[in-house]
Design a protein around this ligand. Structure first.
Ligand code: PLP
Length: 413
């Protein structure tokens, strides 16, 4: 093979559209919750590829199934169905409230499908609703639902829609966890309420159980569909296959992606047969959605994650993280609080350290730790669900070194 010219972080600035500002190190290999970069430095991965690698890097069983499938057939298009996608859909519908599944390649595509389905369902049932135009979508500030024009408009962060107008219409934003605001605002015109059971990008903010229960009741009263965006909270992340199971509130439509493919792109929408009927042939589609490779990986991911072993393991690891973080904070006093569920955790910085989350993430790289932010003031932890205890402990020891440096530098200033 011809020797290729080396690529470096500088190459990114040279040839990539500058919509990201990636770390200076370039990962080239991973195993479980460890990663190695171009020059052989080792890292403990507390990011899980942004809550994607639920079973860690290079999981041997996933490597095996994708290799085997890759030698048979990859893709045929939606004029044909395939065995892996049928098994995946059966698995997901058996494991959840849902009766029907639709597949795509990402979280945004799953949400785009959910929002379109809700509008279409409202149109189909408009006669029963006295002809009221039922197109309003209620969403929440600080939510994140993806980056298509529809999903950024529904997501409640103005900075993501600035300069992209005109935007899709009839979307109303209210404050998360404020049920009274929804009660005052929802009406016959509302076709859907979309909510993350735990806001991920928006700062790792869990929903109040009464908020979700209340949304369910309000949706039932006004004939709106309740959509749970479980792109980040799904696939075991909270210690339940889906977070709705923890809350005991069943949505009408659930969207899933991220950890569903453990890094192989796949997203999905789960719903009831009655609602699914509004997506009749020709109304919606996705070329790659649930192709052989994606569905094969996701099918095995589902079997591996939806076990007592993994889900109880998430709860135990949650405790280990929180105990370790509390101990670090007792020594350094950098954080106001820790919040989140399962292995989706947020460490909220004290006001004295506000805006420093990104600095901490950058500094962590230098000691061999991969971290995430969730906004300017929150460090987010979303490690693999099967992260070994020793990696948690080692990673937290590295984290303490970073926290120590940050807390010292603040005292000097
Ligand atoms: C990541 C995320 C999305 C978007 O997923 P993509 O695969 O990047 O399109 C949507 N909703 C939530 C809650 C997410 O965390």
């Amino acid at each position: 093979m011809m020797e290729q010219a080396a690529v470096t972080r500088q190459t990114f600035d040279d040839v990539m559209v500058p919509n990201y500002s990636p770390a200076t190190m370039i990962p080239i290999r991973g195993l479980g919750s460890r990663v190695w970069d171009q020059i052989g430095n080792e890292y403990i991965d507390f990011t899980g590829g942004i809550a994607v690698n639920g079973l860690g890097h290079a999981h041997p069983e996933l490597v095996r199934v994708i290799q085997a499938q890759s030698e048979k057939i990859w893709h045929v298009g939606n004029g044909y169905t395939n065995e892996p996608v049928l098994r995946l859909a059966r698995g997901l519908t058996q494991a959840t409230f849902a009766e029907k599944a639709f597949f795509c390649n990402s979280g945004l595509e799953a949400n785009e499908a959910a929002l379109k389905l809700a509008r279409r369902y409202a149109t189909d049932h408009a006669i029963a609703r006295n002809g009221v135009q039922k197109s309003e979508i209620i969403a929440f500030y600080n939510s994140f639902h993806g980056r298509s024009l529809f999903t950024v408009s529904v997501g409640g962060q103005a900075k993501y829609t600035e300069g992209f107008g005109p935007l899709p219409q009839d979307i109303k934003h209210l404050h998360y966890n404020n049920l009274a605001a929804v009660a005052a605002s929802i009406s016959e015109k509302t076709c859907a309420v979309i909510v993350e059971p735990v806001q991920g990008e928006g700062g790792v903010m869990p929903a109040d159980p009464l908020f979700l229960k209340g949304l369910r009741q309000l949706c039932d009263k006004s004939g709106a569909l309740l959509i749970f965006d479980e792109v980040q909270t799904g696939m075991g992340r909270t210690g339940f296959l889906y977070a709705y199971m923890h809350y005991g509130v069943v949505p009408d439509i659930l969207t899933t992606a991220k950890a569903l493919g453990n890094g192989f792109p796949i997203g999905g929408l789960l719903t009831t047969s009655k609602i699914a009927a509004s997506f009749s042939p020709g109304t919606h589609g996705c070329t790659y959605g649930g192709n052989f490779l994606a569905a094969t990986v996701a099918g095995r991911v589902l079997e591996l994650i939806n076990t007592k072993d993994i889900l109880d393991g998430v709860k135990a690891r949650h405790e280990r993280f929180i105990t370790g973080l509390e101990a670090i904070n007792a020594r350094h006093g950098v954080f106001a609080k820790f919040r989140g569920m399962g292995l989706l955790l947020g460490a909220v910085l004290n006001p004295a350290f506000s805006g420093k989350a990104k600095d901490i993430v950058d500094a962590a790289q230098n000691v061999g730790l991969m971290l995430l932010v969730a906004g300017p003031d929150v460090i987010r932890f979303a490690p693999p669900l099967n992260i070994p205890e020793v990696d948690i402990d080692e990673g937290l020891a590295l984290f303490e070194r970073v926290v120590n440096t940050v807390s010292l530098s603040n005292k000097v200033c």
